[in-house]
Design a protein around this ligand. Structure first.
Ligand SMILES: *[C@@H]1O[C@H](CO)[C@@H](O)[C@H](O)[C@H]1NC(C)=O
Ligand SMILES: *[C@@H]1O[C@H](CO)[C@@H](O)[C@H](O)[C@H]1NC(C)=O
Ligand SMILES: *[C@@H]1O[C@H](CO)[C@@H](O)[C@H](O)[C@H]1NC(C)=O
Length: 341
């Protein structure tokens, strides 16, 4: 505040000072004062470009997100559509009663992290680096079961503190299957239909849960479609939803289900990720090559694909690790190509 007053005094004094200065210094002075002034106003363009701002209005650009998901997330027509629907409903409904809670399910490397990243970039342009986006990995942030009580208090204080500071905060919990049930219970009150908790409203926040839970059942369903000669794109949400909820419920080790998140309908959308086929992994490789500024090279794509493993053994349809190992495998090939040159 002191600085603000100083800047104001400066602007007022300027006309009196100006005649004493040469034109260059005077314009520098004016410019400095203007910049200072701008930086001090809470939602100014300059301030928000240099230091991040939490925008009062939800600025999510639906059509831009749609374009990104269509062009960069491969082989996940269900996940794409569910997330777009969820986001549209969430950002256009001012009367919503709870924060948005998405639960992303699927095998490793199918795009759960990637989709989360694209989504948050459309809410906070700095994406995962944004101070309003919080990513938690249980094995990293909450490693010791004996400390659950402490973690619980800490996590609740963090969620409360961050949502007070920015209502549009996003919380991503990766590896939900490794999360202690006590910690899931700690998140529960924030997801519920409360107008406010201790004066803080959580309705504009977004919670994203990622897990492998149900992944094998999704894979099984996708394989059945394939074996019966049907198109992957014909798989509809209703084909998977029962599989997912029943399967996941029955799996006592899947973390999420120890808690009453499901019982109480606190999760708004279950988002299934299908196992990726060879052609999808090929697209990931090409996209990664393009991102690295490499020219298109079908031979390199095939060479990287050759190193991937596919299941089931007999038919080799779906990738074991999806696009997860693409970067590392490409590094090796690029290194080898570089050495040959
Ligand atoms: C935010 O939205 C309100 C109406 O909902 C509008 O009056 C206001 O101009 C918007 N502010 C910005 C910065 O877009
Ligand atoms: C949303 O994104 C589209 C495509 O990227 C762009 O053309 C449009 O101007 C954006 N709209 C707003 C309101 O920013
Ligand atoms: C916000 O969350 C981060 C963890 O992501 C934590 O370190 C920080 O203290 C929290 N801020 C507040 C104000 O609680």
């Amino acid at each position: 505040m002191k600085l603000l007053n100083a800047a104001a005094a400066f602007l007022i004094l300027l006309p009196t000072l100006a005649p004493a200065l040469d034109p260059l210094s005077a314009s520098l002075l004016v410019a400095t004062a203007a910049v200072t002034w701008d930086l001090l106003s809470p939602q100014s363009w300059l301030r928000c470009s240099l230091l991040e701002c939490c925008h009062v209005n939800n600025t999510l650009n639906y059509s831009a997100l749609k374009v990104q998901l269509e062009s960069r997330l491969f082989g996940q027509h269900l996940a794409r559509d569910v997330v777009l629907k969820a986001v549209q409903g969430f950002s256009t409904n001012p009367g919503r009663k709870k924060p948005l809670a998405l639960s992303l399910h699927g095998w490793a490397g199918t795009g759960k992290n990637f989709l989360s990243q694209l989504l948050v970039e459309h809410i906070h342009p700095a994406g995962l680096r944004s101070k309003f986006v919080h990513l938690f990995l249980p094995t990293l942030h909450f490693p010791h079961d004996s400390q659950v009580k402490l973690y619980k208090d800490q996590l609740q204080a963090w969620i409360r503190g961050n949502v007070s500071a920015c209502p549009h905060s996003v919380f991503i919990f990766d590896e939900m299957d490794k999360m202690h049930p006590g910690l899931i219970d700690a998140i529960k009150p924030f997801l519920d239909y409360y107008e406010q908790i201790d004066g803080v409203s959580y309705r504009k926040a977004i919670f994203i849960f990622l897990s492998n839970a149900g992944g094998d059942l999704i894979n099984k369903a996708a394989l059945e479609f394939w074996l019966s000669g049907r198109q992957r794109e014909e798989i509809q949400l209703k084909d998977l939803e029962p599989v997912l909820s029943v399967g996941v419920f029955n799996n006592k080790n899947s973390g999420l289900w120890h808690s009453s998140l499901i019982d109480r309908n606190l999760i708004d959308y279950f988002v299934p990720f299908l196992p990726l086929e060879r052609r999808h992994v090929g697209l990931c490789i090409s996209a990664e090559m393009q991102a690295r500024g490499l020219p298109p090279d079908e031979r390199l794509v095939q060479a990287v694909l050759e190193e991937m493993t596919f299941f089931p053994r007999e038919q080799e349809i779906f990738s074991d690790k999806g696009c997860k190992t693409v970067q590392a495998k490409l590094d090796i090939h690029e290194g080898a190509a570089g050495a040959r040159r």
